[in-house]
Design a protein around this ligand. Structure first.
Ligand SMILES: Cc1cc2nc3c(=O)[nH]c(=O)nc-3n(C[C@H](O)[C@H](O)[C@H](O)COP(=O)(O)OP(=O)(O)OC[C@H]3O[C@@H](n4cnc5c(N)ncnc54)[C@H](O)[C@@H]3O)c2cc1C
Length: 356
């Protein structure tokens, strides 16, 4: 039986829904989650946590603060769910020129990047990997196996009768000034954590969420023997058992959920520039990253309905951003604290009133 009176309804059990429901639970709040598996971004994600933008050797947005909150958050969840899903490995950034090596040394001297960028140049010792200029090593990185984590978390929610595996139907929402009613559920608040699915949500589809399709191929290569990840024109990530995730693509135009032959060809062509080992493609996955117009998260209250909230816009960095922002959203809802302007959905308010 569903608990019919709850503090929160949460729509979406991806990385965003997981982070905010955990935060609310830790504050003694009750909730019920809806998810119909219509979006796959959190499931197919590489789950990589890496505070450095490896194109330009610059720190990612608030990455150090995010690492300090998010990695302990996942470690605690690992313990609670009795599942291993945090994997630590280094990223080896392949250099393409002497200039790039020099840029790396300059970046590695900067206080924000010094803890993560190894000062020494790494020579290649793997005969299956091609590089003329060696690698720079990024430390304290790794990935969250999001599939293992989300499956285990959803199992837990199901056992506690906190997950309804159905489409949330916006037409059935009824609102009082201080209460949301959805079928037989009465809640004080609702938080939409729908990723790209929010584009179908009549309450929140006014803010610009463009979405960016990403695809990975999964290869098996007993010959490759990589114990670290490589960042070249593609990212090659070890998954164990001779399996590697290779990707991901970035496509702003295609919003279909299925894997494509174009992406597979593009990824294989890039892979062959770095790796000369034989391999077999054993799988391919796709998802839409929820990328906002200004590439910042979109968090906060509906312009008209005080009981309604949005937690979205995590783009290509949901693993680190979601647990970092969940306490801020919870403070905003429960303690009336102010959200930083750059993430507050209020920055798009004009678009809402123009439309209505
Ligand atoms: C190929 C690829 C690789 C990526 N790699 C990384 C990476 O290495 N590191 C990283 O940090 N990020 C990565 N990302 C980005 C990351 O996946 C996203 O930032 C993150 O998953 C967003 O989480 P979310 O919960 O907001 O959205 P989603 O994962 O899209 O979750 C939304 C959930 O809401 C549900 N939903 C939506 N509408 C409804 C409805 N009406 N009723 C019921 N349920 C609904 C969906 O089924 C879904 O489960 C990658 C993304 C892709 C596509």
């Amino acid at each position: 039986m569903v608990n019919k009176k709850v503090d929160f309804i949460i729509v979406g059990a991806g990385l965003a829904g997981l982070a905010i429901s955990r935060e609310l639970h830790s504050r003694g709040k009750s909730f019920i989650t809806f998810d119909n598996s219509s979006q796959t971004s959190s499931y197919v994600a590489g789950g990589i946590f890496n505070p450095v933008i490896l194109k330009r050797f610059t720190p990612a947005w608030k990455a150090k603060e995010q690492m300090e909150i998010s990695i302990p958050f996942y470690a605690e969840l690992e313990q609670e769910l009795q599942q291993e899903f945090i994997h630590h490995w280094d990223i080896y950034r392949r250099f393409y020129s002497i200039e790039e090596q020099n840029d790396w040394f300059v970046a590695a001297d900067k206080p924000l990047l010094a803890p993560f960028l190894d000062q020494k140049l790494v020579k290649n010792s793997n005969p299956s990997v091609e590089t003329d200029y060696g690698f720079g090593r990024v430390m304290h990185t790794g990935n969250i196996d999001t599939e293992v984590m989300l499956d285990a978390y959803r199992d837990q929610l199901q056992k506690k009768q906190q997950l309804i595996a159905e489409k949330f139907d916006y037409d059935l929402v009824k609102m009082d000034s201080d209460c949301i009613m959805y079928r037989d559920i009465h809640a004080k608040h609702i938080i939409f954590c729908e990723g790209f699915g929010v584009t179908k949500n009549p309450f929140f589809n006014y803010f610009p969420l463009h979405g960016n399709k990403g695809e990975y191929i999964i290869i098996k290569s007993p010959e490759l023997k990589l114990e670290f990840a490589i960042k070249a024109s593609v990212f090659i990530m070890p998954m164990g058992n001779d399996l590697y995730k290779v990707g991901a693509t970035y496509n702003n135009h295609d919003k279909t959920p299925e894997p494509t032959s174009e992406a597979r060809e593009q990824l294989e062509a890039s892979l062959k520039q770095v790796v000369n080992a034989s391999y077999e493609v054993v799988d391919q996955v796709a998802g839409i990253r929820p990328t906002s117009g200004d590439r910042r998260p979109v968090v906060g209250k509906h312009p008209e309905f005080d009981t309604m909230y949005c937690f979205n816009g995590f783009g290509s960095r949901g693993v680190l951003i979601a647990p970092y922002l969940a306490p801020k959203l919870a403070d905003h809802i429960l303690e009336d604290s102010t959200l930083e302007k750059e993430i507050d959905i209020a920055r798009f308010q004009k678009r809402y009133f123009k439309r209505s």
